[in-house]
Design a protein around this ligand. Structure first.
Ligand code: ADP
Ligand code: MG
Length: 262
């Protein structure tokens, strides 16, 4: 891919040194839909094995920012680097990119006609071209990691929402991505099922997974996040460790958001 030449507001315009380079680097991202500027100038970094939480009201641009990271949306300007490689602009292999960035959405998007194992093996067979036996072994390992070893042969209709979301997480982690993006992974779940999905995310973090998470689960963010980013109107207003952002927010907008949502 292209060599890294960036005009960045971070690091005085220089990309981070190779050995300190974050797993995911978003630099000066801008995105408009028509005349509406949805991302104004978003820069953030996720270091290896870090869990970064993104908070913000509906419409603040969180999903658009995540979707730019795996090129479901094309930014108007700015750069995104994955393990130091530029993944924005021309000439990027999108299939390879989407193997390296796992994404989990609010809606689980499982194939109803495939059982849990089938949903996980599909990408392993098609994308990674693994043999049937290799794909099955890797799928069963991924299902075990999300606590569903005994549900491999259940179809989505035979699984709770929380279990379906865990299958979606297994499907993503089976590809061994460099980073996992989560877009409100528990928002569609009944309250009693939220904890299971958060538990899986906690375990992934303990295993060293790098994660960028959009979620309104404030208690979980406080407990599990390494860093919390607050977005409003397409901009990052404030970021810091959870104890600072929740305990001593510096900006009025952050305070107003937290007063309303936590
Ligand atoms: P969030 O995830 O924080 O709720 P989004 O990124 O989904 O915010 O949306 C930010 C803004 O961009 C909203 O005003 C939304 O209506 C608008 N938007 C998102 N996607 C599109 C699209 N494909 N076309 C037009 N407007 C969009
Ligand atoms: Mg959203």
């Amino acid at each position: 891919m292209s060599p890294v030449v960036l005009d960045s507001s971070l690091n005085q315009g220089k990309p981070a040194p190779v050995e300190k380079r974050p797993t995911l680097e978003v630099i000066g991202l801008k995105k408009s839909f028509g005349t509406v500027e949805v991302l104004k100038n978003v820069s953030l970094q996720v270091a290896k094995s870090e869990m970064v939480f993104v908070l913000g009201r509906s419409g603040s641009g969180k999903s658009t920012m995540l979707r730019c990271c795996n090129r479901l949306e094309e930014p108007n300007s700015g750069d995104i680097l994955l393990e130091g490689e530029k993944i924005t602009g021309r000439g990027v292999n999108l299939d390879r990119l989407r193997r390296r960035i796992g994404m989990v959405f609010q809606s689980f998007n499982l194939y109803p006609h495939l059982d849990a194992r089938g949903n996980v093996t599909l990408a392993l067979r098609k994308v990674l071209k693994l043999s049937r036996d290799e794909a099955r072994a890797r799928a069963d390992t991924a299902l075990a990691r999300v606590g569903l070893a005994d549900k491999a042969e259940n179809y989505p209709s035979q699984l709770s929402g929380g279990q379906q979301q865990r299958v979606a997480i297994a499907r993503a982690i089976a590809l061994e991505p460099a980073v996992m993006l989560f877009d409100e992974p528990t928002s569609a779940l009944d309250p009693e099922l939220v904890g299971d999905v958060l538990g899986v995310m906690r375990e992934l973090k303990q295993d060293g997974m790098t994660m960028l998470v959009v979620s309104h689960e404030m208690a979980f963010a406080r407990e599990a996040a390494d860093r919390v980013v607050f977005m409003a109107d397409g901009e990052i207003v404030e970021e810091g460790p959870p104890e600072d952002l929740f305990g001593n927010p510096q900006h009025e907008r952050t305070r107003a958001f937290l007063a309303r949502y936590s």
